[in-house]
Design a protein around this ligand. Structure first.
Ligand code: PMP
Length: 319
C-alpha cells in the first residue's frame, strides 16, 4: 500500500502495463465522452488473516461479464481473460493488499475527445485499480427503502443486464431521491411496474420460507452475487428459490427483504415506504444466508472453493 497520506495502492494497471499510481494520468479533455462510452466491473477480494491469503470472489465470472459488457457496447477487448486474471492477482500481490478490497476494471472508448456522438469504438482503453473496502457482513447494518418514482432503465432504451457506466445515472437519481426523502436506499420498479433492483444491487424477498427474486427479464443486471446466493440457498441451506416477477405489494408483505451485490453483499431492508418488513429487523433466512456467504467469501467453507481465486500475498514477488 502507499503511505498513509497517499491513501491508495502503489500500483494500478492501465493499457497493458503495471504503473505507479501517480504516473497514470489522462488529459482533462479526455473526460466526458470516454466515460459515456465506458463499461466496468466491481469485484471483491476478502482477506483471511489465518491463511494470510486474499480470496477473489468469482473472478472468472466477473471477467466474463466484462467481456459481455464490452461486446454489447462494441468496445474491443485486447487481452485474453487469462491475462487479466494474472494482472489482477499481480496487482494485489505487488500492492501487498492485506485487507478486504474492491477491484475495479474500467473499459472505455479511447481518444474520444471532440468526437461526441459519432464516437467510434475502434479504440478501447482498460484500467484496473483497487481500493480497500471492508465487508459490512455481520456488522448489523440494515436499511430503510423507498419505492422510487424513477423506473429502472429498460431493454429498449439502455442495456440493463450489463455494467454500462451510463446506466448508473438511473440508480443515482433514485438513490438521491430516496436519501433526500429520508430513506437509506431506493427500490426501482421496471417499465412493467414489477420490482427490478436497488441502485447497484439486486433484490430478494422471503415469503413463507421461500426466497423469491426478480427473473433476469425484469430489467436487472446479470448479477453474480444473485446467482451465488441462489446456489447457496438451494444447495447450501436447502431453501427453495423462485425467480419470477415480483409485484410492488409483495415487497410490503414479505417476511424478509434484502439487497445483494458485490458492494451490497447482503443488506437487510427492514422497512419499505414505512411498512415494517416482517418484524422490522433482520430475519432468520437472511441471517443464515449471510453466515454461509461470509464463510464462503473468507475461505472458511470448502464447499464452494471453486468460486475463489487465491492470492498468496505472503509469498515473495518481484516488483
Ligand atoms: N445491479 C446493479 C445495477 C449493479 O450495479 C450491481 C453491482 N454490480 C448488482 C445489481 C449486483 O451485481 P453483482 O452481484 O454482480 O455485483
Amino acid at each position: 500500500m502507499g503511505s498513509a497520506e497517499e491513501q491508495h495502492p502503489a500500483y494500478l494497471w492501465w493499457n497493458g502495463e503495471r504503473r505507479r499510481w501517480g504516473d497514470a494520468t489522462v488529459h482533462v479533455t479526455d473526460l466526458g465522452w470516454s466515460t459515456v462510452g465506458a463499461v466496468f466491473e466491481g469485484i471483491r477480494a476478502y482477506w483471511n488473516e489465518t491463511s494470510e491469503a486474499l480470496y477473489i470472489f468469482r473472478l472468472q465470472e466477473h471477467l466474463e461479464r466484462l467481456a459481455r459488457s464490452m461486446k454489447l457496447v462494441r468496445l474491443p477487448l485486447h487481452y485474453p481473460l487469462d491475462e487479466l486474471t494474472s494482472v489482477i492477482i499481480d496487482l494485489l500481490h505487488v500492492n501487498d493488499v492485506r485487507e478486504d478490497t474492491y477491484i475495479r476494471p474500467l473499459a472505455y472508448g479511447a481518444n474520444t475527445s471532440g468526437k461526441r456522438l459519432s464516437q467510434g469504438s475502434s479504440e478501447s482503453a482498460l484500467l484496473i485499480n483497487t481500493s480497500p473496502m471492508a465487508t459490512h457482513l455481520k456488522t448489523g447494518l440494515t436499511m430503510t427503502a423507498k419505492v422510487s418514482s424513477w423506473r429502472r432503465i429498460s431493454e429498449d432504451v439502455m442495456p440493463p443486464r450489463v455494467k454500462n457506466l451510463s446506466n448508473y445515472r438511473n440508480g443515482q437519481l433514485a438513490s438521491m431521491e430516496a436519501r433526500l426523502d429520508g430513506y437509506d436506499t431506493a427500490l426501482l420498479l421496471n417499465r412493467g411496474g414489477t420490482v427490478a433492483e436497488a441502485p447497484g444491487a439486486c433484490v430478494m424477498i422471503v415469503r413463507d420460507g421461500r426466497i423469491i427474486t426478480p427473473d433476469l427479464s425484469s430489467s436487472i443486471l446479470e448479477s453474480i452475487t444473485r446467482d451465488a446466493l441462489i446456489t447457496l440457498a438451494r444447495d447450501g441451506l436447502g431453501i427453495e428459490v423462485v425467480e419470477r416477477q415480483i409485484d410492488r405489494t409483495e415487497l410490503y408483505l414479505a417476511d424478509e427483504v434484502f439487497t445483494c451485490g458485490t458492494a451490497a453483499e447482503i443488506t437487510p431492508v427492514v422497512s419499505i415506504d414505512k411498512y415494517d418488513i416482517g418484524s422490522g429487523t433482520q430475519g432468520p433466512v437472511t441471517a443464515a444466508l449471510e453466515t454461509l456467504f461470509l464463510r464462503v467469501l473468507r475461505g472458511e467453507e470448502q464447499a464452494f472453493a471453486h468460486w475463489r481465486t487465491t492470492v498468496d500475498v505472503a509469498s515473495p514477488v518481484g516488483v
